[in-house]
Design a protein around this ligand. Sequence first.
Ligand code: GLU
Length: 453
Amino acid sequence: MATADHVDLERFIAGVSKRNPGQPEFVQAVQEVAEDIFEFIADKEAYHEYQILRRIAEPDRVMSFRVCWEDDRGNIRVQRGWRVQNNNAIGPYKGGIRFHPSVTESVLKFLAFEQTFKNALTGLPMGGGKGGSNFNPKGKSDHEVMRFCQSFMTELYRHIGADVDVPAGDIGVGGREIGYMFGQYKRITNEFTGVLTGKGLEYGGSLIRTEATGYGAVYFLQNMLKNVGDEVAGKTVVISGSGNVATHAAEKATQLGGKVLTLSDSEGFIHDPAGIDQTKIDWIKELKGRRRGRISEYVKEFKGSSFHGDGARPWGVACDLALPCATQNELNGAEAKILVSNGCIAVSEGANMPTDLDGVHVFKQAQILYAPGKAANAGGVAVSGLEMSQNSARISWKEAELQQHLLDIMAGIHERCVEYGGRKDSKVIDYVRGANIAGFKKVADAMLAYGVV
Ligand code: GLU
């Protein structure tokens, strides 16, 4: 039999760029993974012959649809909705829904691609998907959000199912939106199944799902530090974002004895040298949750803190540990250099792809402890996986049991990263490489078992 052609990395990326014009985020995510996978598969013929990476980097399907809704003044509004089903080799498609004006097909394709590796890393049987819309929930009334969610689900419902594709929340989609979407799904299909995760506790949701992503990112950080004989206690922590992930990361970092100095939103960041303790975190949860306020209001409430506006990011504040928990490409190469030169020893990503490619290269070169989102923020989707199990069995697990599962899953992901991210000639773990290879291998081996399908 003829040996398959070995395309080199450069030609592979050129091909991905050519096939996905105007989709820079998707190309970036594929490139970050391909840089490690090419080295790993160099001597593994089957992965080449069966074009595994090429196939994972081509979504199984992308659905794009119109979403019409009526605002409170009676205007008809038109948005675009998508669901990207990237890969279901190891389980039903699984991944969140994002409502934000920055959402494009490129952003959702990158997220669905990342999700495929992340979900594999959790050890649970979940494939990768993502969906969303360019709808902006900011400033909309509850009824407007409800009408939008119902309209969105009126198309989405035909593409999803408890054993097909299980969406959840992401930026702009929390408990309120999941409630409206689940209600509409149930109304259309007359079925009560675990078709969405992140549901309310009254209707099939799981305990600790809300906390899981932020807590998990800190558990991962804790595992990385423990591996080099260090700990979170006594360290200063810089966090970006102020949503669900950021506030729970701040909470867990504080519980472990860290001092959280910053949080942010799209308008800028707050810096509190006294530390953002649990009382302040609770105030922020209320502000950003029910009140849907802006982080700048913090400085009026807590003396001694400062607000840095014009969309400023917190990476210039000296710290030991950094947790980017806002959004993609919020930390560039220059900012990564500042973090490193200020003495930052570890970065754990609560957001998806918050560090751009230059930044990733800076962290890799500086050999600091750097955990990419697909490993560090997998706690959220992991507890979603546990929500699916509870829904299928029609039971609810206790909080202590779920907390232990989350700790074990994050420790397991860390172990897998160490297994594939270590090098014989160095003590330093390359967590990006470890996460990429471990995630890839599980999906790839399942795909090999199926042949060419
Ligand atoms: N949106 C989250 C993520 O990026 C959670 C997805 C889920 O729970 O399905 O992983």
